[in-house]
Design a binder for this molecule. Structure first.
Ligand code: SAM
Ligand code: SF4
Length: 335
Protein backbone atom coordinates (compact mmCIF):
# COMPACT_ATOMS: atom_id res chain seq x y z
CA UNK A 1 0.00 0.00 0.00
CA UNK A 2 1.42 3.43 -0.81
CA UNK A 3 2.12 5.55 2.28
CA UNK A 4 -0.45 8.25 3.02
CA UNK A 5 1.97 10.21 5.26
CA UNK A 6 2.99 13.60 3.77
CA UNK A 7 6.51 13.42 2.39
CA UNK A 8 9.13 15.50 4.18
CA UNK A 9 11.99 14.83 1.77
CA UNK A 10 12.56 15.13 -1.95
CA UNK A 11 14.16 12.04 -3.47
CA UNK A 12 14.55 11.42 -7.20
CA UNK A 13 14.48 8.19 -9.24
CA UNK A 14 18.22 7.76 -8.82
CA UNK A 15 18.07 7.97 -5.02
CA UNK A 16 19.50 11.49 -4.86
CA UNK A 17 18.08 13.63 -2.07
CA UNK A 18 17.30 17.17 -3.21
CA UNK A 19 17.85 19.60 -0.35
CA UNK A 20 19.19 22.66 -2.21
CA UNK A 21 17.02 25.12 -4.17
CA UNK A 22 18.26 27.99 -6.29
CA UNK A 23 15.67 30.68 -6.95
CA UNK A 24 15.96 33.26 -9.73
CA UNK A 25 14.05 36.29 -8.46
CA UNK A 26 14.44 38.38 -11.63
CA UNK A 27 15.65 38.01 -15.20
CA UNK A 28 16.73 41.67 -15.21
CA UNK A 29 20.23 42.89 -14.60
CA UNK A 30 22.24 46.09 -14.68
CA UNK A 31 25.09 44.23 -16.49
CA UNK A 32 25.08 42.41 -19.85
CA UNK A 33 27.89 39.88 -19.44
CA UNK A 34 28.92 38.49 -22.81
CA UNK A 35 28.60 34.83 -21.76
CA UNK A 36 25.24 35.33 -20.04
CA UNK A 37 23.11 37.69 -22.10
CA UNK A 38 22.67 39.04 -25.58
CA UNK A 39 23.42 42.77 -25.86
CA UNK A 40 19.79 43.65 -26.52
CA UNK A 41 17.85 41.43 -24.21
CA UNK A 42 14.08 41.39 -24.07
CA UNK A 43 12.94 40.89 -20.51
CA UNK A 44 9.79 39.10 -19.41
CA UNK A 45 6.51 40.97 -18.89
CA UNK A 46 5.67 41.45 -15.20
CA UNK A 47 2.59 39.17 -15.37
CA UNK A 48 4.81 36.26 -16.40
CA UNK A 49 7.16 36.45 -13.44
CA UNK A 50 6.48 35.22 -9.96
CA UNK A 51 5.38 37.83 -7.46
CA UNK A 52 7.39 38.13 -4.25
CA UNK A 53 4.48 36.52 -2.38
CA UNK A 54 4.50 33.57 -4.78
CA UNK A 55 8.25 33.10 -4.33
CA UNK A 56 7.74 33.21 -0.57
CA UNK A 57 5.02 30.51 -0.76
CA UNK A 58 7.19 28.30 -2.96
CA UNK A 59 10.13 28.67 -0.57
CA UNK A 60 7.87 27.62 2.31
CA UNK A 61 6.78 24.52 0.39
CA UNK A 62 10.33 23.50 -0.47
CA UNK A 63 11.59 23.99 3.08
CA UNK A 64 8.67 21.90 4.38
CA UNK A 65 9.89 19.22 1.94
CA UNK A 66 13.38 19.13 3.43
CA UNK A 67 15.23 21.84 1.52
CA UNK A 68 18.03 23.07 3.80
CA UNK A 69 19.77 25.59 1.60
CA UNK A 70 18.35 28.26 -0.69
CA UNK A 71 20.42 30.41 -3.02
CA UNK A 72 18.83 33.58 -4.39
CA UNK A 73 20.09 34.53 -7.81
CA UNK A 74 18.96 35.97 -11.15
CA UNK A 75 19.52 38.07 -13.28
CA UNK A 76 20.83 40.39 -10.64
CA UNK A 77 18.79 39.55 -7.52
CA UNK A 78 19.54 42.84 -5.80
CA UNK A 79 17.81 44.91 -8.51
CA UNK A 80 14.43 43.31 -7.74
CA UNK A 81 12.31 45.78 -5.75
CA UNK A 82 11.30 44.41 -2.36
CA UNK A 83 13.93 41.68 -2.35
CA UNK A 84 15.07 42.49 1.19
CA UNK A 85 11.63 41.74 2.65
CA UNK A 86 11.52 38.45 0.75
CA UNK A 87 14.96 37.49 2.04
CA UNK A 88 13.95 38.32 5.56
CA UNK A 89 10.92 35.98 5.31
CA UNK A 90 12.86 33.14 3.71
CA UNK A 91 15.72 33.37 6.22
CA UNK A 92 13.21 32.94 9.04
CA UNK A 93 11.73 29.67 7.66
CA UNK A 94 11.90 26.91 10.20
CA UNK A 95 14.20 24.16 8.95
CA UNK A 96 16.22 26.26 6.52
CA UNK A 97 19.92 26.16 7.43
CA UNK A 98 21.37 28.58 4.94
CA UNK A 99 20.12 31.44 2.82
CA UNK A 100 22.82 32.60 0.41
CA UNK A 101 23.01 34.94 -2.59
CA UNK A 102 24.89 35.17 -5.87
CA UNK A 103 25.31 38.78 -6.95
CA UNK A 104 27.33 40.84 -9.38
CA UNK A 105 28.22 43.12 -6.46
CA UNK A 106 26.97 46.33 -8.07
CA UNK A 107 24.47 47.11 -5.30
CA UNK A 108 26.49 45.86 -2.34
CA UNK A 109 27.97 49.17 -1.26
CA UNK A 110 24.51 50.12 0.02
CA UNK A 111 22.87 46.71 0.42
CA UNK A 112 25.51 44.58 2.16
CA UNK A 113 24.55 45.60 5.69
CA UNK A 114 20.76 45.23 5.09
CA UNK A 115 21.39 41.79 3.57
CA UNK A 116 23.27 40.73 6.66
CA UNK A 117 20.47 42.07 8.85
CA UNK A 118 17.87 40.17 6.74
CA UNK A 119 19.59 36.89 7.61
CA UNK A 120 21.65 36.16 4.49
CA UNK A 121 24.52 33.90 5.56
CA UNK A 122 26.96 34.06 2.68
CA UNK A 123 27.59 35.89 -0.58
CA UNK A 124 29.04 34.78 -3.90
CA UNK A 125 30.22 37.79 -5.87
CA UNK A 126 31.03 37.51 -9.56
CA UNK A 127 34.33 39.04 -10.64
CA UNK A 128 36.06 37.88 -13.81
CA UNK A 129 38.88 40.40 -14.04
CA UNK A 130 40.78 43.01 -12.02
CA UNK A 131 41.24 45.27 -15.04
CA UNK A 132 38.64 48.04 -15.34
CA UNK A 133 38.67 48.06 -19.16
CA UNK A 134 38.35 44.30 -19.44
CA UNK A 135 35.61 44.41 -16.82
CA UNK A 136 33.70 46.86 -18.96
CA UNK A 137 34.27 44.70 -22.05
CA UNK A 138 33.04 41.52 -20.37
CA UNK A 139 30.05 43.02 -18.53
CA UNK A 140 29.32 45.62 -21.26
CA UNK A 141 27.81 48.03 -18.69
CA UNK A 142 29.57 47.27 -15.39
CA UNK A 143 31.97 49.40 -13.36
CA UNK A 144 34.79 47.50 -11.65
CA UNK A 145 35.26 50.16 -8.96
CA UNK A 146 31.63 49.95 -7.93
CA UNK A 147 31.98 46.18 -7.48
CA UNK A 148 35.21 46.61 -5.52
CA UNK A 149 33.41 49.02 -3.19
CA UNK A 150 30.69 46.40 -2.86
CA UNK A 151 33.19 43.68 -1.89
CA UNK A 152 34.67 45.94 0.79
CA UNK A 153 31.18 46.82 2.08
CA UNK A 154 30.34 43.11 2.32
CA UNK A 155 33.43 42.48 4.42
CA UNK A 156 32.68 45.51 6.59
CA UNK A 157 29.12 44.23 7.12
CA UNK A 158 30.58 41.08 8.67
CA UNK A 159 30.16 38.55 5.85
CA UNK A 160 32.78 35.84 6.05
CA UNK A 161 33.86 33.21 3.52
CA UNK A 162 32.76 35.48 0.68
CA UNK A 163 33.36 33.66 -2.58
CA UNK A 164 34.39 35.21 -5.88
CA UNK A 165 32.98 33.49 -8.99
CA UNK A 166 35.07 33.90 -12.12
CA UNK A 167 34.06 32.61 -15.55
CA UNK A 168 37.29 32.11 -17.47
CA UNK A 169 37.38 32.62 -21.24
CA UNK A 170 40.45 32.03 -23.39
CA UNK A 171 41.69 35.30 -24.82
CA UNK A 172 39.61 37.47 -22.50
CA UNK A 173 40.75 36.84 -18.95
CA UNK A 174 42.57 33.49 -18.86
CA UNK A 175 45.91 35.16 -18.19
CA UNK A 176 44.51 36.63 -14.96
CA UNK A 177 43.84 33.44 -13.02
CA UNK A 178 46.90 33.84 -10.75
CA UNK A 179 46.12 37.52 -10.09
CA UNK A 180 42.55 36.63 -9.18
CA UNK A 181 43.73 33.99 -6.69
CA UNK A 182 46.21 36.50 -5.22
CA UNK A 183 43.36 39.02 -4.91
CA UNK A 184 41.32 36.41 -3.02
CA UNK A 185 44.24 35.65 -0.69
CA UNK A 186 44.94 39.35 -0.02
CA UNK A 187 41.29 40.04 0.80
CA UNK A 188 40.47 36.93 2.83
CA UNK A 189 38.11 35.54 0.15
CA UNK A 190 37.54 32.19 -1.55
CA UNK A 191 37.35 31.91 -5.32
CA UNK A 192 35.74 29.51 -7.79
CA UNK A 193 36.63 29.23 -11.43
CA UNK A 194 33.73 28.32 -13.71
CA UNK A 195 33.88 26.82 -17.18
CA UNK A 196 31.49 28.62 -19.48
CA UNK A 197 28.25 26.73 -20.05
CA UNK A 198 26.43 26.87 -23.41
CA UNK A 199 23.16 28.48 -22.32
CA UNK A 200 21.49 30.68 -24.90
CA UNK A 201 23.03 31.92 -28.14
CA UNK A 202 25.83 34.44 -27.64
CA UNK A 203 27.19 36.49 -30.50
CA UNK A 204 30.46 37.92 -29.23
CA UNK A 205 32.59 34.81 -29.03
CA UNK A 206 32.76 31.23 -30.21
CA UNK A 207 32.25 29.12 -27.11
CA UNK A 208 34.43 26.27 -28.30
CA UNK A 209 37.31 28.67 -29.04
CA UNK A 210 36.88 30.52 -25.75
CA UNK A 211 36.86 27.28 -23.76
CA UNK A 212 39.56 27.29 -21.09
CA UNK A 213 39.52 24.08 -19.11
CA UNK A 214 39.83 23.55 -15.39
CA UNK A 215 43.00 21.54 -16.05
CA UNK A 216 44.54 24.50 -17.91
CA UNK A 217 43.68 26.83 -15.00
CA UNK A 218 45.15 24.38 -12.50
CA UNK A 219 48.35 24.16 -14.52
CA UNK A 220 48.61 27.97 -14.59
CA UNK A 221 48.01 28.22 -10.84
CA UNK A 222 50.57 25.51 -10.07
CA UNK A 223 53.29 27.91 -11.29
CA UNK A 224 52.61 30.26 -8.35
CA UNK A 225 50.59 28.40 -5.72
CA UNK A 226 50.58 25.07 -3.94
CA UNK A 227 46.99 23.78 -4.11
CA UNK A 228 46.09 21.07 -1.60
CA UNK A 229 42.87 19.10 -2.27
CA UNK A 230 40.24 19.66 0.45
CA UNK A 231 38.66 16.51 1.80
CA UNK A 232 35.44 18.32 2.75
CA UNK A 233 32.61 17.51 0.32
CA UNK A 234 30.25 20.44 -0.25
CA UNK A 235 27.72 18.18 -2.02
CA UNK A 236 27.94 20.53 -4.99
CA UNK A 237 29.77 20.65 -8.29
CA UNK A 238 32.80 22.54 -6.94
CA UNK A 239 36.03 20.70 -6.18
CA UNK A 240 37.93 22.73 -3.60
CA UNK A 241 41.61 23.18 -2.87
CA UNK A 242 43.32 25.04 -0.04
CA UNK A 243 46.08 27.43 -1.06
CA UNK A 244 49.00 26.31 1.14
CA UNK A 245 50.02 28.91 3.72
CA UNK A 246 46.81 30.97 3.31
CA UNK A 247 43.18 30.78 4.42
CA UNK A 248 41.90 30.99 0.83
CA UNK A 249 40.17 28.14 -0.95
CA UNK A 250 40.04 27.72 -4.71
CA UNK A 251 37.11 25.86 -6.28
CA UNK A 252 36.56 24.58 -9.79
CA UNK A 253 33.18 24.16 -11.41
CA UNK A 254 33.79 22.08 -14.50
CA UNK A 255 30.63 21.01 -16.31
CA UNK A 256 32.60 19.97 -19.39
CA UNK A 257 35.72 18.37 -18.04
CA UNK A 258 34.45 16.85 -14.77
CA UNK A 259 30.81 15.85 -14.84
CA UNK A 260 29.23 16.35 -11.41
CA UNK A 261 25.74 14.94 -11.93
CA UNK A 262 26.07 11.77 -9.83
CA UNK A 263 25.91 13.71 -6.58
CA UNK A 264 23.49 16.43 -7.72
CA UNK A 265 21.37 17.64 -4.79
CA UNK A 266 19.77 20.71 -6.37
CA UNK A 267 16.90 22.05 -8.44
CA UNK A 268 16.22 25.54 -9.77
CA UNK A 269 13.16 27.74 -9.79
CA UNK A 270 13.12 30.10 -12.75
CA UNK A 271 11.73 33.60 -12.54
CA UNK A 272 8.69 32.36 -14.48
CA UNK A 273 7.99 29.74 -11.84
CA UNK A 274 9.25 26.77 -13.80
CA UNK A 275 10.95 24.19 -11.63
CA UNK A 276 14.02 23.13 -13.61
CA UNK A 277 15.21 19.71 -12.66
CA UNK A 278 18.62 20.02 -14.32
CA UNK A 279 20.65 23.01 -15.54
CA UNK A 280 21.57 21.23 -18.76
CA UNK A 281 18.17 19.80 -19.72
CA UNK A 282 14.72 21.23 -20.35
CA UNK A 283 12.86 18.90 -17.95
CA UNK A 284 10.66 21.19 -15.89
CA UNK A 285 7.33 21.58 -14.13
CA UNK A 286 5.25 24.76 -14.21
CA UNK A 287 4.77 25.55 -10.52
CA UNK A 288 3.42 29.01 -11.28
CA UNK A 289 0.43 27.35 -12.99
CA UNK A 290 -0.11 25.12 -9.95
CA UNK A 291 0.09 28.13 -7.62
CA UNK A 292 -2.29 30.24 -9.69
CA UNK A 293 -4.80 27.40 -10.28
CA UNK A 294 -4.86 26.42 -6.60
CA UNK A 295 -4.19 29.60 -4.64
CA UNK A 296 -3.40 28.96 -0.98
CA UNK A 297 -3.44 25.16 -1.43
CA UNK A 298 -0.12 24.06 0.10
CA UNK A 299 -0.79 20.27 -0.12
CA UNK A 300 -1.38 20.48 -3.90
CA UNK A 301 1.76 22.57 -4.36
CA UNK A 302 3.87 20.18 -2.30
CA UNK A 303 2.49 17.21 -4.21
CA UNK A 304 3.48 18.83 -7.52
CA UNK A 305 7.01 19.36 -6.22
CA UNK A 306 7.31 15.78 -4.96
CA UNK A 307 6.08 14.43 -8.31
CA UNK A 308 8.52 16.63 -10.21
CA UNK A 309 11.42 14.64 -8.72
CA UNK A 310 10.35 11.72 -10.93
CA UNK A 311 11.51 13.57 -14.05
CA UNK A 312 14.88 14.79 -12.74
CA UNK A 313 17.34 13.62 -15.44
CA UNK A 314 20.36 11.54 -14.57
CA UNK A 315 22.87 13.95 -16.11
CA UNK A 316 23.34 17.03 -18.27
CA UNK A 317 24.20 17.04 -22.00
CA UNK A 318 26.45 20.03 -22.61
CA UNK A 319 28.51 20.11 -25.79
CA UNK A 320 30.39 23.33 -26.49
CA UNK A 321 31.17 22.21 -30.05
CA UNK A 322 27.51 22.27 -31.07
CA UNK A 323 24.89 24.98 -31.18
CA UNK A 324 23.22 25.12 -27.77
CA UNK A 325 20.36 22.71 -27.21
CA UNK A 326 19.48 24.86 -24.22
CA UNK A 327 18.10 28.08 -25.60
CA UNK A 328 17.35 29.79 -22.31
CA UNK A 329 19.95 32.24 -21.08
CA UNK A 330 21.69 31.96 -17.72
CA UNK A 331 19.85 35.02 -16.40
CA UNK A 332 16.53 33.19 -16.95
CA UNK A 333 17.83 30.05 -15.39
CA UNK A 334 19.35 31.37 -12.21
CA UNK A 335 23.03 30.46 -12.42
N1 SAM B 1 23.90 38.47 -11.54
C1 SAM B 1 24.46 37.61 -10.56
C2 SAM B 1 25.93 37.36 -10.80
O1 SAM B 1 26.41 37.65 -11.90
O2 SAM B 1 26.58 36.87 -9.89
C3 SAM B 1 23.73 36.31 -10.37
C4 SAM B 1 23.26 35.61 -11.61
S1 SAM B 1 24.54 35.02 -12.68
C5 SAM B 1 23.59 34.24 -13.95
C6 SAM B 1 25.21 33.71 -11.70
C7 SAM B 1 26.56 33.19 -12.12
O3 SAM B 1 26.42 32.56 -13.38
C8 SAM B 1 27.62 34.26 -12.27
O4 SAM B 1 28.74 33.91 -11.49
C9 SAM B 1 27.95 34.23 -13.73
O5 SAM B 1 29.30 34.52 -13.96
C10 SAM B 1 27.60 32.82 -14.11
N2 SAM B 1 27.28 32.63 -15.52
C11 SAM B 1 26.48 33.36 -16.32
N3 SAM B 1 26.42 32.85 -17.57
C12 SAM B 1 27.22 31.76 -17.57
C13 SAM B 1 27.58 30.79 -18.55
N4 SAM B 1 27.10 30.83 -19.79
N5 SAM B 1 28.42 29.80 -18.17
C14 SAM B 1 28.90 29.72 -16.89
N6 SAM B 1 28.60 30.60 -15.93
C15 SAM B 1 27.77 31.61 -16.26
FE1 SF4 C 1 23.89 39.98 -15.04
FE2 SF4 C 1 25.02 38.06 -13.60
FE3 SF4 C 1 24.27 37.59 -16.13
FE4 SF4 C 1 26.31 39.17 -15.69
S1 SF4 C 1 26.21 37.01 -15.16
S2 SF4 C 1 24.62 39.60 -17.10
S3 SF4 C 1 25.77 40.16 -13.82
S4 SF4 C 1 22.95 38.03 -14.46
Amino acid sequence: MPSTASPTQLIDRFGRTVDYLRISVTDRCDFRCVYCMAENMTFLPRADILSLEEIDTLAQAFVALGVKKIRITGGEPLVRKGVLGLLHNIAALDGLKELVITTNGSQLSTMAAPLKAAGVKRLNISLDTLDADKFKAITRTGDLHQVMRGIHAAKAAGFTRIKINAVILKGRNHEEVCDLVQFAIDNGLDISFIEEMPLGVVAQHDRAEAYYSTDAIKADLAQSFNLLPCTENTGGPSHYYAVAGTSARVGFISPHSHNFCGSCNRVRLTVEGRLLLCLGNEHSVDLKAVLREHPGNMPVLKQAIVQAMQIKPESHQFNIHEQPVILRYMNMTGG
